[in-house]
Design a protein. Structure first.
Length: 322
């Protein structure tokens, strides 16, 4: 299996995935903070072991979903973020996770910008990595997120892992029928919807008798021949797309929803910032990490244990039992 010089991880996405399988009673209790921190740390260590080369770096991207949700709601008043329903304990757990990561490992980097989502940080971070590390040929990257927006950065040195499959350009093309560069991903999500990003299927509200799954052959035709949303509708109305008449009429019927979807997918907040200024270089601190683990009532990791302290020796013995 390939090893990479850099892992860029959608850490919010990782956190929500880790807590999503927790029972309702625990989700609604303060225990969710400890569970979330513990499960994410386990997963990050697994990613590092499986995919990261020696002396590689792990970049942990976070977003500010509340401000972005408000701005997206200005575009679409019906837009609802799945994170709006998260209780205060779950939101607090994410903040505690960030503070824990800052003292967890020396090769970790936390990246966060107010008003920006994690996927908005991918491009400037990759540019930073290429600028700083390419001279040593240490710029191979694995992107980890189930958000398809991250696939737009795939190159010969950058792959995308969506928690199920690992994608190169050709693997992506074989599965989806198009390459992810340019505006193809935005068009794809505008026409099909995206549950992970709260983008609705535009055909879902048509009459129940209508097959609301847009045919793949038409979708591929559009994505291979249209450069953006305006080019798509120009070609649709001028008859330049090989689509049967009933689907042309359906596309015209839901044009407003498709355009609205495209705005939501293509949405970003312009922020004047230098990526270097928002990178936090994490520094392992046994004392601080013990404090957080004690707070969350988590067992110490082996590297944290002081065998000279009787209360910690039994934990050390457990790890070294033959």
């Amino acid at each position: 299996m390939s090893k990479y010089d850099h892992l860029i991880i959608d850490t919010d996405n990782c956190y929500w995935r880790m807590v999503a399988g927790t029972s309702i009673d625990k989700i609604n209790s303060p225990d969710i903070v400890s569970i979330g921190v513990h499960e994410v740390l386990k997963k990050l260590n697994a990613f590092e072991y499986q995919y990261l080369d020696n002396k590689g770096l792990v970049w942990l991207l976070f977003d500010n979903p509340s401000s972005v949700t408000r701005l997206r709601s200005d575009i679409d008043p019906e837009y609802k973020s799945h994170r709006d329903s998260m209780n205060e304990n779950m939101k607090a757990g994410l903040n505690y996770l960030i503070e824990t990561l800052k003292v967890y490992k020396d090769n970790f980097r936390v990246v966060f910008v107010d008003k920006l989502e994690a996927d908005d940080l991918v491009k400037p971070l990759i540019e930073h990595i290429n600028k700083v590390y390419s001279q040593d040929n240490k710029n191979s990257v694995l992107l980890i997120s189930n958000d398809m927006d991250w696939s737009k950065s795939i190159t010969d040195k950058i792959n995308w892992y969506n928690w199920k499959n690992l994608y190169t350009n050709e693997v992506f093309k074989n599965e989806y029928g198009f390459y992810p560069q340019g505006n193809s991903v935005q068009l794809f999500k505008a026409l099909t919807g995206d549950k992970s990003d709260c983008i609705p299927n535009p055909f879902y509200n048509l009459k129940a008798s209508v097959n609301w799954r847009f045919p793949k052959e038409y979708l591929n035709n559009i994505l291979m021949n249209c450069t953006d949303i305006n080019d798509f509708f120009d070609k649709l109305y001028s008859g330049k797309l090989d689509i049967e008449p009933k689907w042309i009429e359906r596309l015209k019927t839901v044009e407003a929803r498709i355009r609205l979807n495209y705005q939501l997918v293509d949405f970003y907040v312009l922020e004047d910032f230098d990526i270097k200024d928002v990178i936090v270089e994490c520094k392992y601190s046994k004392a601080k990490l013990k404090f957080y683990f004690d707070t969350f009532k988590l067992d110490y990791e082996p590297r944290m244990i002081d065998v000279n302290k009787p209360e910690e020796f039994l934990t050390w013995a457990k790890y070294h039992r033959v």
